[in-house]
Design a protein around this ligand. Structure first.
Ligand code: GRF
Length: 196
């Protein structure tokens, strides 16, 4: 299975996954990382880890559909089987969804369906819930709404600050995402050999 990671910013999840690919712990190949921002820190991490990287920005195209068409072309040229979103801050449009239906994974920093959207950690912290967590799910045409594949809870303790909670969530993400991706890749390999 040929995998591409899409990320918009920091890229700590990308790095956690790249380490696992490079250590031979994931049954697939990380082909490239793509960012929709030329100056995203994830691209710096990719250089450091020797992972092939591409970037282009929506503003370089006539509209969002044209941007997504170019992205689809890149994915197809590189024969990507599975797309892994890791902090990719755009809604996936129909162009990508129709070609990669059930083949796009996302990670979200809350226990969905609670606290979807851009500020999953902060929203849970400010609401005052005692348990939040991390969700890995398939992407559909909603915002953080696709079928859930895995979840892991994270306790919010009285002494937690927003910063300490963020730290715990990210640590959980970096452990959970590779584990789930491994299962998804193994399952896809099985399906492939059965001809599904
Ligand atoms: C993560 O919290 C992820 O759950 C969310 O965006 C954040 C990306 O962090 N979708 P990073 O760029 O991987 O450090």
């Amino acid at each position: 299975m040929r995998v591409a990671i899409l990320a918009s910013g920091n890229g700590s999840n990308f790095e956690a996954l790249a380490h696992q690919f490079q250590a031979g712990l994931l049954p697939g190949e990380l082909i490239f990382v793509f960012s929709d921002h030329h100056n995203a820190y994830v691209l710096e991490r990719a250089r450091r880890l020797n992972v092939c990287a591409f970037s282009f920005e929506v503003k370089e195209f006539a509209n969002k559909a044209a941007y997504e068409k170019a992205l689809l072309q890149l994915l197809q040229e590189q024969e990507i089987d599975l797309i892994v979103l890791a902090g990719y801050m755009r809604i996936i449009g129909q162009t990508l969804l129709s070609h990669y239906s059930n083949r796009i994974l996302n990670i979200h920093p809350s226990l969905l369906p609670s606290f979807p959207g851009l500020h999953g950690i902060k929203d849970a912290y400010e609401y005052g819930v005692k348990v939040t967590g991390v969700t890995v799910h398939l992407v559909d045409d909603g915002v953080d709404t696709g079928p859930i594949i895995a979840q892991e809870p994270v306790m919010i303790l009285p002494e937690d600050s927003l910063e300490s909670l963020e730290e715990k969530i990210h640590q959980t993400e970096h452990r959970l995402y590779p584990k789930v991706l491994r299962d998804v890749l193994l399952q896809s390999d099985k399906n492939k050999s059965k001809g599904e």
